[in-house]
Ligand binder design. Structure first.
Ligand code: CTP
Length: 409
């Protein structure tokens, strides 16, 4: 479940032209299950309508210290209830006020009246952004633990372009989610594999499969957000999150070699990759030519990476496999769980619509070695990743032996 679900987020909006994008931030926060309290400054009200935010958020917008329906002290009410406060856009004035501890309006008063984590998404013209005073204010706020997202470089108001453009709503929501995420994998090393391997037939052709690497990338991203040190061994490195160390591979043999090396230090291994079971026995180093006739491609088996990991599993290591099935899901998955000596198998029925390969959504059933079964109905791959890692965290420490994070090197 998203770390935003059921949490109270105060959404502060100031008078920057990017205030219109705050409406989308509001919509997305509500979409992730957050209870959103919009707090708009007088400047914001010149840019966007109070009604827009009252309609999109979970309660009416707070716009003043003096005429608020929620009571005589709206800033302490909002500040105390908040699990997080995000300000987007954060103008140079807001940044300066927050650094100085000045409370000139309802938003700055709310920021002083909260103990919740604060996220700022600065937005201003490049000249303002580059002022040493602005940079110093932000550096001090960052030192105090304020999370700062962006700004990006790009088109600004008035036809200008450069650094100072507010980050996109998606990134701002991710930053809020990050400050609310419990770092329950901090100190752990997580190895994830993703994507389908490609086994060469000749210099230009390969035997492959439909795996997009999206589910593995989501697991890697979620594990990093929860504080883990993440290595992603993948055939789809362009999809890898920036928070993971990436080892790019192409074939099953390359993946096996990389995994063997990386798994030695991993507390958790999640094999989400679709590894080819067979490969051409004698790939041609040059392109096979049509006029030489139809080639007979002889296949040979590849090594089963996960079985090898299961056979050499270190004490305390949590091993997770995937099973993409089209029939007899449960019995096939359970057979793999046992034969590969896994702690968890994540099964999905890829014959169903919107499930598995290449989709942005997934429906999974997890089976554990100690007999638990957990079904996650059709959801985003990120949400499925959360469920997998919740299961992993629940097993850490209970799988025999070595405590988590107790490494030899
Ligand atoms: N796997 C692996 N090495 C292989 C084949 C599969 O590590 N050569 C891993 C996959 O990453 C996955 C799990 O084993 O986590 C199950 O893969 P799957 O393709 O569903 O099963 P297979 O064991 O290959 O059996 P089958 O294809 O007959 O269903």
């Amino acid at each position: 479940m998203s770390a935003l679900n059921g949490r109270c987020v105060v959404l502060g909006v100031t008078g920057g032209i990017a205030a219109y994008k705050a409406a989308e931030v509001c919509r997305r926060l509500v979409g992730e299950g957050a209870h959103v309290v919009p707090v708009l400054t007088a400047g914001a009200l010149r840019m966007v309508g109070e009604t827009t935010f009252s309609a999109l958020a979970s309660e009416p917008a707070v716009t003043s210290l003096w005429n608020d329906r929620s009571g005589p002290i709206p800033h302490t009410a909002a500040g105390r209830r908040a699990d997080a406060v995000v300000v987007c856009p954060a103008t140079a004035r807001l940044v300066s006020d927050l650094r100085a501890g000045r409370s000139g309006d309802v938003l700055t008063a709310t920021l002083l009246a909260t103990r919740a984590p604060v996220v700022l998404a600065p937005a201003m013209h490049t000249e303002m952004w580059e002022q040493p005073s602005v940079q110093e204010n932000l550096a001090v706020l960052a030192q105090r633990g304020v999370a700062i997202v962006g700004p990006a470089e790009g088109p600004l108001a008035g036809g200008d372009s450069g650094p100072g453009r507010m980050s996109e709503p998606e990134e701002i929501v991710a930053a809020v989610e990050a400050v609310l995420t419990v770092p329950d994998l901090a100190g752990s090393r997580v190895l994830v594999t993703s994507g389908g391997t490609r086994e060469p037939i000749d210099a230009v052709r390969f035997v492959g499969n439909r795996s997009s690497g999206k589910q593995g990338a989501a697991i890697a991203e979620e594990a990093a957000a929860r504080g883990a040190e993440v290595v992603l061994v993948t055939t789809q490195s362009e999809r890898a999150p920036a928070t993971a160390r990436v080892v790019a591979v192409e074939t099953a043999a390359e993946m096996a070699a990389a995994v063997e090396l990386e798994a030695r230090l991993a507390d958790v291994v999640v094999m989400a990759a679709a590894v080819a079971d067979f490969r051409p026995a004698q790939p041609s180093g040059t392109k096979l030519k049509k006029d030489r006739g139809v080639p007979a491609v002889q296949l040979e088996p590849t090594a089963d990476i996960l079985s090898a990991l299961g056979a050499s599993k270190g004490p305390g290591q949590v091993l997770v496999g995937f099973a993409a099935e089209t029939e007899d899901i449960e019995s096939n998955a359970l057979a793999k769980l046992r034969s590969k000596n896994l702690d968890v198998i994540v099964a999905n029925d890829v014959s169903k619509q919107h499930v598995g390969f290449a989709h942005d959504t997934n429906e999974i059933v997890m089976f554990t070695a100690d007999g638990a079964r957990h079904h996650v109905p059709l959801t985003t791959k990120r949400e499925a990743a959360r469920a997998v890692l919740d299961m992993v965290v629940s097993l850490m420490g209970s799988v025999d032996g070595r405590p988590v994070g107790d490494h030899d090197t």
